[in-house]
Design a protein around this ligand. Structure first.
Ligand SMILES: *Cc1c(COP(=O)(O)O)cnc(C)c1O
Length: 434
């Protein structure tokens, strides 16, 4: 059979009913442990030599596995690990490349909690960041690559500007320097953009957002493209013998590379980070996410179309000074958006009012359909004022570059009727400028 396409994989990927009492939908395995059968099998399972065997749900669970296999298939990766939040996914993905010390290159305009972690927490663990103003300025990026640089980290689409990272170009820069490219693909989801197909090595998600899509589960995912060569000395953690991997098959050389080959990175995330640090995703949460994922195509097609319609409406509103949505033809990234995001740039956009901070607050207070809260990728439409809520971590001198002003509002577009949403914004803006 030919390779299955996205819409088939989002329904069937990673799941064989015959393995689960022919249950049509994915069962929730709400159990901690799995019986080992016999002393002989127990030993083999413990050594990781029994394919698809489970032992303890912190390390692996059949419901969670379906989600992991489905996302790996949707993204074109070799494997994936689900974790308890997007921040856990980011944390583990960075530690797994740079533990013990090193440097990471990232842009300033990343998710606020990630920026806070990179600037104030990781340095205490010996991991330092070279933050750049423009991740698409490859001369700037190359100029900060040092012998101990371990990765380049970026978001496929940044927030709240919807600025796009040139993933193909960045992958080339990273690979010329012998380092991997890690992409946070949260805003795009694998439906709108597949970083591995554009050269990225590792993809991380807050699947709290568009992947699950209903604002009812906090979760994260790490996907491994399986292309990066971790051998050669820069990443000794993948080459050193690992006690837990020693077995009859691997008696002498039992590093993650020896035992798992191109899955070394993701197997190490599971065995060293999920197993030992424990930010596990619950099976019931994985189930909710699988249900949400089944309709990702229809949700995003509608939400993207509505986002574009709302962006166009906002451009005609006399009280709106600027609309930030790189899917608009007058965006300076429109060509890149069209080439890399043929199904649309996403469901988040932001705009600046031509008014005061008080008038901006009045819009927030006057909307009736838009919910005022700090989230994105929900089936409900959301509004937030980034400077007060989601982007407080951004240093004052860095705010202008991302248009984070007192007048900026960010929208995340849901599944409501688009005319109702426009009418809601229109009445709220009119109230503010009355
Ligand atoms: C929300 C978000 C995160 C953090 O995810 P949680 O699931 O809330 O931990 C990371 N990156 C981006 C781009 C996000 O939007």
């Amino acid at each position: 059979m030919a390779e299955e396409k996205f819409d088939t994989l989002r329904i069937h990927g990673g799941y064989d009913p015959a393995q689960h009492h022919h249950s049509a939908t994915v069962p929730i395995y709400e159990n901690v442990a799995f019986t080992l059968g016999s002393a002989k099998r127990g030993e083999e399972v413990a050594q990781g030599n029994v394919p698809d065997a489970y032992m303890y749900s912190r390390v692996g669970n059949p419901t969670v596995s379906v989600l992991e296999q489905r996302i790996a298939a949707l993204d074109g990766g070799v494997d994936s690990v689900a974790v308890g939040s997007g921040m856990a996914a980011i944390t583990y993905s960075i530690l797994n490349v740079a533990e013990g010390g090193g440097r990471i290159i990232a842009p300033y305009d990343i998710y606020g909690a990630a920026l806070d972690e990179f600037e104030t927490l990781f340095p205490k663990y010996g991991i330092d960041f070279d933050l750049v103003d423009d991740i698409n300025d490859f001369d700037e990026v190359k100029s900060v690559i040092k012998p101990d640089t371990k990765a380049i980290y970026a978001e496929s689409v940044a927030n709240p500007t919807t600025k796009i990272s040139d993933v193909d170009g960045l992958a080339q820069v990273a690979h010329e320097a012998g380092i991997p490219l890690i992409i946070d693909n949260t805003f795009s989801t694998p439906y709108l953009f597949q970083p591995i197909k554009h050269g990225a090595d590792i993809v991380v998600y807050s699947s709290t957002k568009g992947i699950s899509g209903h604002g009812n589960v906090v979760s994260g995912l790490i996907v491994d493209g399986g292309h990066f060569d971790w051998a050669g000395g820069k990443f000794p953690q993948f080459e050193e013998n690992e006690f837990i991997l020693k077995s009859a098959d691997h008696p002498k050389h039992y590093s993650f590379i020896d035992v798992y080959g191109k899955r070394a990175y993701i197997k190490r995330i599971r065995q060293k980070y999920l197993r030992l640090m424990g930010a596990v995703l619950a099976p019931s949460e994985a189930y909710l996410e699988l249900v949400g994922l089944e309709t990702i195509t229809e949700r995003l097609d509608k939400e993207v179309a509505t986002s574009l319609k709302i962006a166009n409406y906002l451009q005609t509103n006399p009280h709106v000074k600027a609309v930030y949505y790189t899917g608009l033809p007058d965006s300076d990234q429109y060509d890149l958006a069209k080439a890399s995001f043929p199904k649309g740039i996403g469901t988040v956009l932001s705009f600046e009012l031509d008014g005061t901070a008080e008038q901006t607050a009045t819009v927030v207070d006057s909307v009736k359909l838009f919910l005022y809260l700090p989230n994105v990728g929900d089936s409900r439409s959301l509004i937030v004022n980034p400077i007060k809520i989601t982007h407080r971590e951004v240093p004052v001198k860095r705010r202008a570059a991302s248009h984070i002003t007192d007048q900026l509002l960010r929208l995340s577009i849901g599944l409501e009727d688009s005319d109702d949403l426009i009418a809601d914004l229109d009445q709220a803006i009119s109230t503010a400028f009355k």
